[in-house]
Design a protein around this ligand. Structure first.
Ligand code: MN9
Length: 293
């Protein structure tokens, strides 16, 4: 029994969270972001993940963002990132996702303390049970510090409660091994700059941060890949990567918010401890990125 490909294959935006001058969620800007992304052809949204600054927000703020996105997203597929090292908070968010009729829940592995794999698996299973929704494991070893191999990921994929993996790693051999062993599970590529590589190694879709402002390029890459036009898909990927290289240099999420600001949406800045961009960085974004998105 496989997952519903029609509902889950495709490009998903890991939504940014706009904050206003008082450092509160800017609801209007968030609604505008959802509408803009629907226009660019995304399949759905990944709500309150790393890109959304989940770990810099309170549980109530995260719950509120989930509500706003739900009310704006029409029939788009919705994935709630509910992860927290505080499992009680994660459980409350899991139940909230269910009540709001989200399609999936997802979580980063519990981090900071060095939990055993058994403890990590227990965390995920309890959350999946609490949510009564399929769970998408968010594998992002560079940020979480939790390294899992094919056998660990396989232990999730063997369990019916787990629909697949948001795979943010550049180990494409392992991605292929997971897809080959579990073809009926969904795999999302996590690094936007390697989207085309992920598609060739078996990804069914992607979840990413740069899609907030240039999802159309990735929707196009996927169409080209599926049509067998690899040369053109590479050209569009390179076009996106010139922009992503600048973001990586300046700080990905702070630059993404500045791009939204320059596009005329009011996104403010990332929460501290993230710092502000310099005026030179902003000028660089205006000259080297804005005309090309
Ligand atoms: O969700 C994102 N990962 C993080 C995926 O932000 C940690 C990616 O979209 C990256 O931001 C992007 C730039 O490296 O690929």
């Amino acid at each position: 029994m496989g997952y519903n490909k029609e509902k889950f294959d495709g490009v998903f935006t890991a939504l940014l969270t706009p904050f206003d001058k008082e450092n509160k969620i800017n609801e209007k800007a968030l609604r505008e972001l959802v509408a803009l992304n629907l226009k660019m052809g995304v399949k759905g949204f990944y709500v309150c993940g790393s890109t959304g600054e989940a770990f810099l927000m309170s549980k109530d703020e995260r719950a509120r963002v989930m509500e706003i996105v739900k009310s704006e997203a029409g029939d788009a597929t919705l994935i709630a990132h509910i992860g927290s090292v505080n499992e009680m908070e994660a459980t409350a968010l899991a139940k909230h996702a269910k009540a709001l009729e989200y399609d999936l829940v997802s979580s980063v592995a519990p981090f900071y303390y060095k939990f055993s794999f058994e403890e990590i698996k227990g965390y995920y299973c309890r959350l999946a049970d609490a949510a009564e929704l399929p769970m998408l494991v968010y594998h992002i070893p560079v940020l979480s510090g939790v390294n899992m191999g094919v056998n660990d990921l396989g232990a999730f994929l063997n369990d019916d409660r787990f629909i697949g993996i948001k795979y943010t790693s550049n180990d494409f051999f392992m991605m292929e091994q997971c897809k080959t062993a579990f073809p009926e599970k969904v795999l999302y590529n996590g690094y936007d700059e390697m989207f085309l590589a992920g598609l060739s190694m078996g990804a069914d879709g992607a979840i990413g941060s740069t899609y907030n402002f240039m999802a159309n390029k990735f929707v196009r890459i996927r169409q080209l890949f599926n049509a067998g036009n690899i040369a053109e898909a590479q050209r569009v990927q390179k076009e996106a990567n010139r922009i992503i290289a600048i973001l990586c240099r300046l700080g990905v999420h702070r630059s993404e918010k500045e791009i939204m600001n320059q596009m005329g949406l009011d996104f403010g800045v990332c929460r501290p401890p993230f710092g502000a961009l310099s005026s030179e960085d902003k000028a660089l974004i205006k000259k080297e990125i804005l005309p090309f998105i």
